[in-house]
Design a binder for this molecule. Structure first.
Ligand code: BGC
Length: 454
């Protein structure tokens, strides 16, 4: 049952990735049809992260009063409308407005879908289940690259195909209930018990069902006042806020979307002169992203979050460094060194830097502040996504591939230090155990490294 729930919520991730990736191939045919200035092009590309920034801001506030399920359904409706506006757009202005709407829906869904999954999932498989969401993002990007490659000049078809997963998301979520944790917060205890029993596949009076319900109620009861930003920045929750936002800042400044949005451009700079080869290499990058996310899912609840994070940052720093050195020294094999470097970079990203910020943001905040905390983490994600996408073309021109990738490599080195100093180990712990540790004021970093209470 839980896998069905995770898959439906993850359709939101598919839409996210699809709408991110599609612009890479759509830019060419759009240029052929419209007279687009560089400023218009930059703005049109960055409207998705910009809209998502607004969506994440609003989604954080609305998660508590409206519930996770209604917000996902609302986002699905916006996805469909946004895709139609883009597909039928008579001008670049309308297309940009359509993308702004899509971005808004992505911002809401990107916040609510992992929250929904983590609040439904049992502790033992929560990391893997939230990673389904990241897997869906990578599948969406890969699908978009394939469509870009396959439909040639028909940019309207590229945008229109996003309507289908939008409808699927709406239909799928309409069959699901809200999460037991939100139901408890609204005082709907009996329904919460029924949902837990359904997810666990046991009777409502089974001890494991009543035990989970009691733990959620305890966490909810400890909180009576209204959740607010001040509390989020307060001394008890601040360590979680630092980790939630810090991981996304590092994820984005590692340069991932310079590669995702502009892969053909990067390959052109690295010596692939033929457009078809650039697009083919781009599809290859998309495939490695998917496969390594699957590997991450197999490892995440087994070898732990921290160890994976170290592997990811180290691999990303080394591979970005390799590309920077090859490009900076004008190595005769630049083309192949860059290809190897980019494959290793995407693999390192997908195994850790991609899924882990999503997983951890959904588990480290206390229940009552979870919507708000995840909102803040998502805002960080989109703000730095926007910054990287907007600045990459300018930086590339000013500093060259070697200069830009050196900056991203240094960010990954900083990621190693950040992980060592601040990131706790959360695998195998229940959301309530994590919350209890945080509220006890114990050092957050010590979580998971201390002996567990029997
Ligand atoms: C990031 C996206 C990125 C994607 C690539 C996600 O975790 O948040 O910005 O495009 O991974 O797979």
């Amino acid at each position: 049952m839980i896998y069905v729930i995770a898959c439906v919520a993850a359709i939101a991730g598919l839409l996210f990735g699809y709408d991110e990736g599609i612009i890479a191939g759509a830019l060419g045919p759009l240029h052929a049809q419209f007279d687009i200035s560089p400023l218009q092009e930059g703005l049109m590309t960055a409207t998705v992260p910009l809209g998502a920034l607004a969506g994440a801001a609003v989604g954080g506030w609305l998660a508590a009063p409206f519930g996770r399920r209604s917000l996902l359904m609302g986002a699905a409706v916006l996805f469909v409308i946004g895709a139609l506006v883009c597909a039928l757009a008579p001008s670049i202005l309308v297309l940009s407005l359509g993308r702004l709407l899509l971005g808004f829906a992505i911002g809401v869904a990107a916040l609510i879908a992992p929250l929904y999954i983590s609040e439904m999932a049992p502790a033992a498989t929560r990391g893997m289940l939230v990673s389904i969401y990241q897997l869906a993002i990578t599948l969406g990007i890969f699908g978009a690259y394939l469509v870009d490659f396959g439909v040639g000049d028909s940019w309207r078809i590229m945008f229109a195909t996003a309507v289908i997963p939008g409808i699927l998301l709406f239909a799928g979520v309409s069959f699901l209930t809200d999460t037991p944790r939100w139901l408890v917060l609204r005082g709907r205890r009996q329904e919460a018990g029924e949902v837990i029993a359904h997810v666990q596949g046991r009777g409502a009076s089974d001890p494991s069902v009543t035990g989970e319900l009691a733990a959620i109620e305890l966490a909810a009861r400890a909180e009576t006042s209204t959740a607010g930003w001040r509390e989020l920045f307060g001394p008890l929750v601040r360590p979680a806020l630092l980790v939630g936002t810090g991981l996304f800042l590092l994820q984005q400044l590692s340069g991932i979307n310079a590669v995702i949005y502009f892969a053909p451009t990067v390959f052109a700079r690295a010596g692939f002169s033929d457009t078809a080869n650039q697009l083919l290499a781009t599809v290859g990058i998309g495939a490695v992203n998917v496969v390594m996310t699957l590997v991450a899912m197999a490892l995440i609840d087994r070898i732990g979050r921290r160890r994976l994070m170290f592997i990811g940052f180290a691999g990303a720093a080394l591979s970005l460094g390799l590309i920077a050195v090859a490009a900076g020294t004008g190595a005769p094999d630049l083309q192949w060194l860059s290809l190897i470097g980019l494959v290793l970079y995407i693999a390192s990203f997908a195994i850790a830097l991609g899924p882990l910020p999503w997983v951890m943001m959904s588990e480290i905040f206390p229940l009552r502040l979870r919507g708000l905390g995840m909102g803040a983490a998502s805002l960080t994600n989109w703000a730095f996504n926007f910054l990287v996408v907007l600045t990459f073309p300018v930086l590339l021109q000013a500093l060259g591939l070697a200069g830009v990738f050196s900056i991203y490599a240094l960010v990954c080195v900083a990621g190693l230090v950040f992980t060592a100093r601040y990131v706790p180990e959360t695998s195998g712990l229940t959301l309530e155990e994590i919350e209890a540790h945080l509220k006890a004021g114990k050092p957050f970093r010590a979580l998971g490294l201390m002996p567990r209470a029997a």
